[in-house]
Design a protein around this ligand. Structure first.
Ligand code: PBG
Length: 328
């Protein structure tokens, strides 16, 4: 036989041919765009460490999301910056808390949108930890009561989905029970099941104003060294009734994402977190990376590893790029 028999380059000759045999695609309708909402009116506050991402007031957020929805991104993840923080995180479950008001307003403007409420206390506690404190540590069981109560308030305000991101043990079961008890048995739980204690959340601390006043989150979020433990967390959350699971961050944890995808039958999301966003944005602004190329490549790798959905601050850009005609 003549050498070489196999010539994989045959299928790479033109963009049309490459598109024909492409294995993985990023779909705009499977992107989730995270947003930050704060009190006030007519506000759009820049987040220095995340150029192009803002804290919105409810009115400007509605306009912004209407535009993004028009581009084809129809799922949004809500984070709130409350006017008042206290030890118990009470604005999280106040019926007129900031996220609840945003959910109501966006629900009215965009009745079909998927509104996902991030469910955690860290933005609402004055100490910045993800739950109630007992001494210097987070009291797991007291915290899940507050989370369950918050989930019901979020559902009542118009959330389509609740997404617990606190990493307390047993919270999915408690939230499911509370939602069902309040007549919200149709509200799905999207659990941040494998959430690592990551330095890549750095810029988010400025965006959501949730830096812990002491210590860090390593006593509840996962150790970056652990791979099998992610499956344990995911399987526990599924046992407790999670409808979808999230792996977070995304790019440094593609192995975990691939493991999870192989083992479960529920939809799997990956969260391309603030630090992943800012690294690409900053290097692109310096002219060191081509933003479109590397964003598309990073998102493809996350899909290839197994994500069905991707939570990404780049969602509006990706949607705009998808509207541009194919070249080549
Ligand atoms: C906390 C929460 C965090 C993120 C989402 N929810 C930060 C943290 O755990 O410290 C990070 C998201 C990002 O970095 O983009 N509930």
């Amino acid at each position: 036989m003549m050498f070489p028999v196999e010539r994989p380059r045959r299928l790479r000759q033109t963009e049309v041919l490459r598109a024909l045999v492409r294995e993985t695609h990023v779909r705009v309708d499977q992107l989730i765009y995270p947003v930050f909402v704060r009190p006030g009116e007519g506000r759009r506050e820049a987040i220095t460490s995340m150029p192009g991402i803002y804290q919105w007031s409810v009115d400007t957020l509605c306009d912004h999301l209407e535009e993004v929805y028009g581009l084809g991104v129809r799922s949004f993840l809500f984070f709130g910056i409350p006017s008042h923080k206290d030890a118990g995180g009470s604005e999280a479950y106040s019926p007129d808390g900031i996220v609840q008001r945003a959910l109501q307003a966006v629900r009215e403007r965009l009745p079909q949108a998927v509104l996902i409420a991030d469910l955690c206390l860290c933005e609402y506690t004055d100490h910045g930890h993800c739950g109630l404190l007992k001494g210097d540590s987070v009291d797991n069981d007291a915290t899940i009561d507050v989370l369950a109560r918050t989930a019901v308030v979020q559902a009542r305000a118009g959330a389509t989905v609740v997404a617990p991101s606190d990493m307390m043990d047993g919270r999915v079961a408690a939230i499911r029970k509370a939602l069902d008890g309040a007549g919200f048995e149709q509200i799905p739980i999207m659990s941040y099941a494998a959430k690592y204690a990551s330095g890549f959340y750095g810029p988010f601390r400025e965006a959501a104003e949730n830096t812990p006043s002491f210590g860090d989150r390593r006593a509840y979020q996962m150790d970056p060294a652990n791979r099998r433990e992610a499956l344990k967390e995911v399987l526990l959350d599924l046992d407790e009734g999670a409808d979808m699971v999230i792996v977070k961050p995304a790019l440094p944890y593609l192995d975990v994402l691939a493991d999870v995808k192989q083992r479960v039958t529920v939809p799997v999301a990956a969260y391309q977190v603030s630090g992943e966003f800012s690294m690409i944005r900053a290097a692109s602004q310096m002219g060191w990376l081509d933003e479109r190329r590397v964003v598309e490549e990073a998102l493809l790798s996350i899909k290839r590893a197994g994500a069905d959905m991707i939570i990404t601050y780049f969602a509006p850009e990706v949607a705009r790029w998808a509207q541009e005609p194919i070249v080549g």
